[in-house]
Design a protein around this ligand. Structure first.
Ligand SMILES: Nc1nc2c(ncn2[C@@H]2O[C@H](COP(=O)(O)OP(=O)(O)O)[C@@H](O)[C@H]2O)c(=O)[nH]1
Ligand SMILES: [Mg+2]
Length: 449
C-alpha cells in the first residue's frame, strides 16, 4: 500500500506558482463524503481523469472556501497540484490536502507514535469517513511503501514535472477576474468607448460575444484546424480590444520643415500645431485626438529630427523617440518638393515599418516619388491625397475589423489566456489548451447574457 502523503515541491516563500506532489488514491479528493475535494473544470472525477491530462479546477471546502489549482495525474496514484504561489495559498492547499487524508510529508521520519496522526492529520470527518475505509489508512510504519520521497531538504528539489508549458500554468493560475468584475469592467468600457464604432464592439463584448465564441470553439473536434484559426483570429483582434477607449497612438516623424505639423492640422481639420518656417519650432510632443475609419487615434506631432540644434531641441527629439517607440504606427514625412537628404535616409532606416508620406505634392517635385515604394503623396495645402492617406492609416491600424457581434479580447488577462491556449494547441496539447479555455469560460459563462 502506498503511503498517502502530500509534499510541497517548491521552496517556501513567495513565488509565482507553488507545486505539490500528492501520492495516494486520487479518489480521496473526489469523494463527496470528504469535505475537501478537487473539482475539475471539466466535471469529471479525478479518478477518471487520464494520466497526463492538465486539469484546471479547485480544491473546495464544504463551507464554500476554495483554492484554484491545476492538477495533473502523473500515474495512477501520483498527482501533481500547482496553485498560486503566495504563501497563504500554499499553506491553505497543504491544509486542505491534510484534511483530505494525505499526510504532510516531513523530512524527519515519523516519531514512535503508533500512527502518523498529528494535530492536523485526521479531522473528525476523516476518522469516521475516508480514513476508515478498508485499505486506505496508512500509518507511519507503512511510510516506506512504494513511494519514496525525493525531497530531503529545502535546498534539494526534484524536477517539477509536467505542465506542457509554464505559460499555460501561469495563465491558468492568474488571479482570475470574477464574472461580476468582468461585467463591471465591460460596462465601464461601453461607457468610456471613444467612438460610436468602438462602443458597438464594447457593447457586443458586454453581451457575451467572446464567451459565446469560445464556447462554440470548444465544440469543434480538438484536432480541427478551425480551432487554431479561430484562436489566431481572436488574438488578431486584441489590438482593437486595447483601443476601444484608449486611442491608437500615431506619431508623425520627419526632418524639420517637411510639413509634419501642416499634415496633422490637415488631418485634424483645425490649427493645433505651430506651423512656422523656422526649423525646430515643435519642441514637445503635441497630441490631438480624432477618429479615423471610426477608430480613435491620437496623432502626435514630434520635434523635427535633426542632428545638432540646441539642447532644448535635442530634449524634444529624445521625448519624441520615446513616444514613437511605444506608438502603434509611425508616419514618416518626406518633403516632396526638396531633394531627399541623408537625414531622410537615416529616418527611413530607423523606422522601417513606417507609413511613408510624401508632402507638399502641390509644389513641383524635388525628386522622383517612385524612389520610395509605397509612399503616399499628399498636400496639406490643397488636401490632395488626404483621403487615401486616411484609408491606408486605418488599414494599417485595423487590418480586419471585427464583424458585428464578433468576440474581441478586452483585457491583457484574456489575451494571455488565448495565447496560452493557442500555444498549447499549436503543439498538439489539446487537453491543456482546452483547460485554459474551459477555466475562463467556466468563470464567465453566467456573467454574460
Ligand atoms: N506648398 C505647401 N507648403 C506646405 C505644405 N505643408 C507645409 N508647407 C509649408 O512648409 C513649411 C513647414 O511646415 P510645417 O508643417 O511647420 O513643417 P514641420 O516643421 O515638419 O512641422 C511651412 O511654411 C508650411 O506652410 C504643403 O502641403 N504645401
Ligand atoms: Mg512642426
Amino acid at each position: 500500500m502506498v503511503d498517502p502523503v502530500h509534499e510541497r515541491l517548491t521552496p517556501r516563500g513567495r513565488g509565482a506558482v507553488s507545486s505539490f506532489r500528492v501520492t495516494g488514491p486520487p479518489d480521496w479528493l473526489d469523494l463527496p463524503v470528504a469535505a475537501p475535494k478537487f473539482r475539475a473544470a471539466n466535471g469529471q472525477p479525478l479518478a477518471q481523469q487520464p494520466v497526463g491530462a492538465i486539469l484546471f479546477g479547485a480544491l473546495s471546502l464544504a463551507g464554500g472556501a476554495r483554492e484554484e489549482v491545476v492538477a495533473c495525474r502523473l500515474s495512477f496514484d501520483q498527482l501533481e497540484l500547482h496553485c498560486h504561489g503566495g504563501e497563504a495559498v500554499a499553506t491553505r492547499v497543504a491544509e486542505l490536502l491534510t484534511e483530505a487524508g494525505f499526510r504532510p510529508h516531513s523530512h524527519t521520519p515519523p516519531s514512535s507514535a503508533p500512527t502518523d496522526a498529528g494535530p492536523n492529520a485526521s479531522p473528525p470527518g476523516m476518522e469516521s469517513g475516508l480514513a476508515n475505509q478498508p485499505g486506505m489508512r496508512s500509518t507511519g510504519s507503512e511510510a516506506t511503501g512504494r513511494f519514496s520521497p525525493t525531497v530531503t531538504g529545502d535546498t534539494e528539489r526534484p524536477n517539477l514535472s509536467p505542465l506542457p508549458s509554464d505559460r499555460a500554468a501561469h495563465a491558468l493560475l492568474a488571479v482570475p477576474e470574477t464574472a461580476a468584475q468582468r461585467r463591471h469592467r465591460l460596462r465601464e468600457l461601453v461607457l468610456r468607448a471613444a467612438t460610436p464604432r468602438t462602443a458597438v464592439v464594447a457593447h457586443a463584448q458586454y453581451h457575451g460575444a467572446l464567451v459565446r465564441e469560445i464556447v462554440a470553439l470548444l465544440q469543434w473536434p480538438p484536432s480541427s484546424p478551425e480551432v487554431i484559426q479561430r484562436l489566431r483570429r481572436l488574438l488578431a483582434l486584441a489590438s482593437v480590444g486595447r483601443h476601444l477607449a484608449e486611442p491608437f497612438a500615431v506619431g508623425v516623424v520627419g526632418r524639420p520643415n517637411v510639413g509634419k505639423s501642416s499634415l496633422i492640422n490637415a488631418l485634424l481639420g483645425f490649427e493645433r500645431s505651430i506651423v512656422l518656417d523656422l526649423p525646430g519650432t515643435t519642441r514637445d510632443v503635441l497630441t490631438s485626438e480624432t477618429a479615423c475609419g471610426g477608430w480613435p487615434i491620437r496623432l502626435a506631432d514630434t520635434a523635427g529630427f535633426r542632428a545638432g540644434g540646441e539642447e532644448l531641441e535635442q530634449q524634444g527629439i529624445a521625448r519624441a523617440r520615446d513616444w514613437l517607440a511605444r506608438a502603434d504606427l509611425v508616419l514618416l514625412a518626406l518633403d516632396g518638393s526638396q531633394g531627399l537628404t541623408a537625414e531622410d535616409e537615416s529616418l527611413r532606416a530607423e523606422f522601417p515599418a513606417a507609413l511613408t508620406v510624401i508632402t507638399k505634392c502641390d509644389l513641383p517635385p524635388g525628386w522622383n516619388p517612385a524612389l520610395v515604394a509605397g509612399g503616399l503623396r499628399v498636400s496639406a495645402k490643397t488636401k490632395a491625397g488626404l483621403a487615401d492617406l486616411l484609408t491606408a492609416l486605418t488599414r494599417r491600424l485595423v487590418p480586419q475589423a471585427p464583424a458585428a457581434e464578433e468576440g474581441v479580447p478586452t483585457s491583457e488577462a484574456e489575451v494571455a489566456q488565448l495565447e496560452a491556449a493557442l500555444g498549447e494547441w499549436e503543439q498538439g496539447h489539446w487537453a491543456a489548451g482546452r483547460a485554459c479555455l474551459l477555466a475562463w469560460v467556466e468563470g464567465n459563462q453566467g456573467a454574460d447574457q
